[in-house]
Write a protein that binds this ligand. Structure first.
Ligand SMILES: Nc1nc2c(ncn2[C@@H]2O[C@H](COP(=O)(O)OP(=O)(O)OP(=O)(O)O)[C@@H](O)[C@H]2O)c(=O)[nH]1
Ligand SMILES: [Mg+2]
Length: 299
C-alpha cells in the first residue's frame, strides 16, 4: 500500500504590503507573483503549485485586504481576496512582526466564519533587532483566535519558511494531487508578462501613478527563436502619459529593459517587447472598463 498524500488549497491573506507575494515566491522557489514596496501591488488571485513527495500545496496569492480607497478597483481587490475564503482548505494569515493595525483586525474579522485551519504567519522578523520583543507580541496576537499554528518568519530571508510549508502540508485533506506534478501555476504566460511589466512600472514610478495604470497584452506571438510581445499601458489622464514615457522616453525605455530581462528569464527565449502608453479616462473607477481590462470577478 502507498502512503496517503495530502493535497489542497492554502490561501495567503492579509492587508497590503505584509509580504504575501514575497512569501509565495519564496515557498515556490520561483518568481511567480510581482512584488513592490507599495500597497496594492497584487491585483489578481494567483495560484502557485508546490508538489512535494507526499503533498501538493496549491498556494493562493491574493490582493491585500484594505480600507482606504473608494474606487471600483478597491472594491474589486477586496472582493477578489475575500472570495477565496469560500473554497480554500487552509489560510495563512500574514501580518508584520510587532505591528497590528485596524486592517489586520478587519482580516481577522473576515476569517471569523472560516472553519478550516488558520495559520498565523508573522513576517519580516529580520527587521527586529531586539528579538526579546517578539515573544510577547506573538502571545498577544495568538490570543485573538484559535490559530492552528503561529509561525514567525522572514519571507525575504527565508527563515522558517520550510517549517511553514511542512505545517501546511500536514493540514491539507488526504486526497490525490489536484494538478499535474510539473505544473507551477494556472496563470498564462501572457498574464505573467503583463504582470512583470506592471511590476517595473510600479517600482519605477512615484507615489500615486502605479494605481492609475494597468497593462494589457495586445499581442503575444511565439516565433521560432523569440517571443514577440506588444503591451499597452493604460493610464487615466493625458498628464500621466508623459510621466510614464519620461524625458525623451527614458522611463519607458528603462521599464522595457527591466521587463525584457525578466521575461527572457521566464520564457527562456529572446523577447522582443514593444510598449505603448494610452489614456482611458477614469478606468479604475469604472466597473465595465475594469472587466474589459482583465479585472473580471472570480466565479
Ligand atoms: N524586511 C523584510 N521585508 C519584506 C519581507 N517580506 C516582504 N518584504 C517587503 O515588503 C514589501 C511588500 O512585499 P509584497 O510581497 O509585495 O507584499 P504583499 O503583501 O504581496 O502586498 P500587496 O500585493 O500589495 O497586498 C516589499 O518591499 C518586500 O520586499 C521580509 O520578510 N522582510
Ligand atoms: Mg502581493
Amino acid at each position: 500500500m502507498t502512503t496517503p498524500v495530502h493535497a489542497g488549497y492554502a490561501a495567503l491573506l492579509g492587508r497590503p504590503n505584509v509580504g504575501k507575494s514575497t512569501l509565495i515566491n519564496r515557498l515556490l522557489g520561483q518568481k511567480l507573483s510581482i512584488i513592490a514596496p507599495k500597497p496594492q501591488t497584487t491585483r489578481h488571485v494567483i495560484l502557485g503549485i508546490q508538489t512535494l513527495p507526499d503533498a501538493q500545496i496549491v498556494y493562493v496569492d491574493t490582493p491585500g485586504l484594505h480600507r482606504q480607497g473608494q474606487r471600483a478597483m478597491n472594491r474589486y481587490l477586496n472582493r477578489a481576496a475575500a472570495s477565496v475564503i469560500g473554497y480554500v482548505d487552509a489560510v495563512i494569515f500574514l501580518i508584520e512582526a510587532l505591528r497590528w493595525t485596524d486592517e489586520d483586525q478587519d482580516v481577522l474579522h473576515r476569517l471569523a466564519d472560516f472553519t478550516g485551519p488558520v495559520v498565523l504567519a508573522v513576517n519580516k522578523v529580520d527587521r527586529i533587532a531586539d528579538k526579546s520583543r517578539l515573544l510577547p507580541f506573538l502571545q498577544e496576537i495568538a490570543a485573538k483566535r484559535n490559530f492552528t499554528e503561529v509561525t514567525p518568519l522572514s519571507a525575504l530571508k527565508g527563515d522558517n519558511v520550510a517549517e511553514l510549508e511542512q505545517a501546511i502540508a500536514r493540514l491539507l485533506p488526504v486526497q490525490d494531487f489536484l494538478f499535474p506534478e510539473d505544473q507551477l501555476t494556472t496563470a498564462s504566460e501572457r498574464f505573467l508578462a503583463a504582470e512583470l511589466i506592471r511590476e517595473k512600472l510600479t517600482r519605477l514610478l512615484r507615489e500615486e501613478l502605479p494605481y492609475a495604470l494597468t497593462v494589457e497584452i495586445e499581442q503575444f506571438v511565439e516565433e521560432e527563436r523569440l517571443v514577440r510581445i506588444h503591451a499597452l499601458i493604460w493610464v487615466e489622464r493625458d498628464s500621466q502619459k508623459g510621466i510614464v514615457i519620461g524625458e525623451k522616453g527614458a522611463t519607458l525605455r528603462e521599464v522595457g529593459r527591466q521587463a525584457r530581462q525578466d521575461l527572457e528569464r521566464m520564457l527562456d527565449r529572446k523577447v522582443y517587447l514593444e510598449t505603448w502608453v494610452k489614456v482611458r479616462e477614469g478606468w479604475s473607477d469604472d466597473e465595465r472598463a475594469l472587466r474589459s481590462l482583465g479585472y473580471a470577478d472570480p466565479s
